[in-house]
Ligand binder design. Sequence first.
Ligand code: DSN
Length: 418
Amino acid sequence: MPDPLTETDPAVSEAIAGERERQESTLEMIASENHASEAVLAAQGSVLTNKYAEGYPGARYYGGCEHVDEVERIAIDRASRLWGGDHVNVQPHSGTGANMGVYFAVLEPGDRILSLDLSHGGHLSHGHHVNFSGQLYEVESYEVDPDTGYVDYDALAAQAEAFDPDLIVSGSSAYPREFEWERIGEIATSVDAYHLADMAHITGLVAAGVHSSPVPHADFVTGSTHKTIRSGRGGVIICDEAPADDVDSAVFPGSQGGPLMHNIAGKAVGFGEALEPEFGAYARSTVENAKALADAFRDRGLSLVSGGTDKHLVLVDLRDSHVDLTGKEAEETLAETGIVVNKNTVPGETRSPFVTSGIRVGTPALTTRGFGVEETDRVAHLLVDALESPDDDAELERIAADVDDLCATYPVYRDGGS
Ligand code: DSN
């Protein structure tokens, strides 16, 4: 059957085909990206995009919701089995939307948030001044210890005592180490603050049990559903039964309208995949590969924030090894070879976020392609080779040829994808 998009809208169709080809022919090492399965893509590209379903299963503001009710119930049930917790909301359109749902449920404008600084691994939605969270609330940031690169929990406890926050956020988008969820929960309790643990990237690692779970130690847990978990794009909130109604009301009608039912279907399908035993092997391999990346980078003289990783990403601080190479230049050089990373600010950053002194490098998407430690080690060396010779076109071409070879050996969508 001819593809209807190709016939009716060649411009968009060609752009999608171009993106498919880009994903096949480059090594995706942006730590927050992954390759969803064909089944997840099919669910997201389904007729569920047509349906309005404001409300929650069994209590909607629109008729004809019997099938989307079933989809949302499946997603909730599978999420409960993956992460535990009394109550799950699968409607947030994004991780930021999930955090917004929690803030709106328990905070008033002007209340105080204590969260990890963006350049130390935090996230815009944890109270950065350019984000709604930094504009609505009074925010202080905690930082990593400049010597170790780890969160200094004693300093955090002292800061919490002095600042008296209403809510403490744990979790990160560029912190390579496990959070001590229990310790932060105790600190929050000691100052009578809520503890929001944003799993963000690591939802899949927590679901598989290869990263400790914040669920027993936090009042609210949020996360993204399209990173290490590889499900439909969006966010999720997990909490106890007591604040469940407030959280649900804060998501709809508080901050969102109609839920994206096609994305919720994608979440349901991806959560189902994550309940299969093979997913545990994937998550373990993702972390093993990140450790292999860290080992190779260290052997080649790169400085890593905190010296290594406990999870799926490493954060390279280029200032020690390549004093004149910015994160932006490193990202651009690597792109020439087909290795895709993002420039990233680092603790103690002096350059702008558009330039930066670091790169963040992750393994979730490579591991989905089937990479193990051996292939990851090979990529790590190619990456450092490129950073060593950013102006040597012949060397970059050699590296690009090796990248092509790896991409051809480990295709993403064997049957063409969508
Ligand atoms: N933009 C995502 C990341 O790359 O970490 C977080 O929302």
